[in-house]
Design a protein around this ligand. Structure first.
Ligand SMILES: Cc1cc2nc3c(=O)[nH]c(=O)nc-3n(C[C@H](O)[C@H](O)[C@H](O)COP(=O)(O)O)c2cc1C
Length: 371
């Protein structure tokens, strides 16, 4: 019998989670230049699949080549991308039954940049590895950057179709859930935020207009993915900048998404403007998740500097969120959920090959595999 909140099972849009620990999407910038996963993804996702977390989310995967942040991003826009991902997933699934979600994304004006460990600067359109970016309006992310092209009706329709096509590929790959990337200043967030969206058509101005394109993309993905599987959305709860996207607007967006069949809201923040002032600290985004949680009935996921077991437990037990997501902490310690289970006297599934590693003092830690 589970005693801790962190290890209580939860159903998200029909997907059964064993506990409340989910692995956040993390770009690896290690795909080939056509957006295909490589052996690195097998290693990276392979070891996270053995972590004991309830859900593994594949990194931001671009729905078209120009939607990649860097030339090393994963894509899910071509048959080759799909085949490369199938190869990785086949291996992961051979050794782990962890449910796997994918984050579908378009970077908009934050595309065409160098890999972070090579400086992350914007790459000019006419350079190798660079391309023309697009956005809601022609405002660049940072001063001095090449301006994006404002999307016209035809290009917006193409991007909606690209999201749907990637969702169909995700369905063919047997992925368990889709998370649409509406956060961190990427394309859909660029439509939401008045700091990036200066349109004067039906997609700019009022909150209703700014939400229109992201909601259309949600509908397109929802329609393209099996109804029995969840489609969730990752939002930025605030831009942390004057005149930007707010938590009140995030709540309204979350309610609109819920009404359209969104299965969970994952609440992050920031990323839209270099002018952001983020009050960084443990659990700094949890109040944003709490505000959304109080306004919707679907599960809410909190993320951001959640690193300690009791801290994670408190996020769930207080009702601030239904799940916690881990990014850096689980890269640093891929057995974080094992250690959390040991801490709370709970159990996790371990691969047969590792059963002998169970520490003497935690005799119940490794649970038998379900029949
Ligand atoms: C290496 C790395 C890659 C990331 N890539 C993505 C991504 O693909 N999509 C996304 O929404 N967030 C991405 N993030 C943000 C994380 O998902 C997470 O929201 C953030 O790191 C805060 O959580 P943490 O404090 O547990 O790391 C990335 C973070 C890291 C460290």
């Amino acid at each position: 019998m589970s005693q801790s909140f962190l290890f209580k099972p939860l159903s998200v849009g029909g997907l059964e989670l064993r506990n409340r620990i989910v692995i956040a999407p993390m770009c690896q910038y290690s795909a080939d230049e056509e957006g295909c996963m490589t052996d690195w993804h097998m290693i990276h996702l392979g070891h996270l699949a053995l972590s004991g977390a309830a859900l593994l989310t594949i990194e931001a995967s671009a729905v078209e080549a120009e939607g990649r942040i860097t030339y090393g991003d994963v894509g899910l826009y071509s048959d080759a991308n799909e085949a490369a991902m199938a190869r990785v997933l086949d291996s992961v699934r051979r050794w782990s039954d962890i449910p796997v979600a994918i984050q579908l994304a378009h970077a908009g004006r934050k595309a065409s940049t160098e890999k972070p460990w090579l400086g992350g600067a914007q790459i000019p359109t006419d350079s190798i590895h660079g391309w023309q970016t697009v956005s809601a309006s022609t405002l660049p992310f940072a001063q001095g950057q090449a301006p994006p092209q404002a999307l016209d009706a035809k290009s917006m329709s193409d991007i909606r179709a690209a999201f749907a096509a990637s969702a169909k590929r995700a369905a063919r790959l047997g992925l368990d859930a889709i998370q649409i990337h509406c956060a961190h200043g990427y394309l859909l967030h660029q439509f939401l935020s008045p700091l990036a969206n200066r349109r004067d058509d039906a997609y700019g101005g009022s909150l209703e207009n700014r939400m229109r394109f992201p909601l259309e993309v949600f509908d397109a993905v929802r329609n393209a993915f099996p109804a029995a599987k969840p489609v969730t959305v990752r939002v930025s709860g605030t831009d942390w900048a004057p005149g930007g996207w707010t938590i009140e607007e995030t709540v309204a967006l979350s309610q609109a998404l819920q009404a359209r069949g969104c299965s969970a809201i994952h609440v992050s923040s920031g990323g839209l403007t270099p002018a952001q002032q983020i009050p960084l600290g443990p659990s700094y985004q949890v109040p944003l998740a709490r505000a959304v949680k109080q306004a919707v009935q679907v599960p809410v996921i909190a993320v951001g500097l959640i690193t300690e077991f009791e801290q994670a437990e408190a996020v769930i037990s207080t009702g601030d969120a239904d799940c916690i997501a881990l990014a850096r902490a689980i890269l640093y310690d891929p057995r974080w959920p094992w250690h959390a289970a040991a801490h709370f006297g709970e159990s996790v599934q371990a691969p047969d090959q590792y059963l002998r590693s169970q520490p003497r003092q935690f005799k119940q830690l490794f649970s038998p595999k379900p029949g």
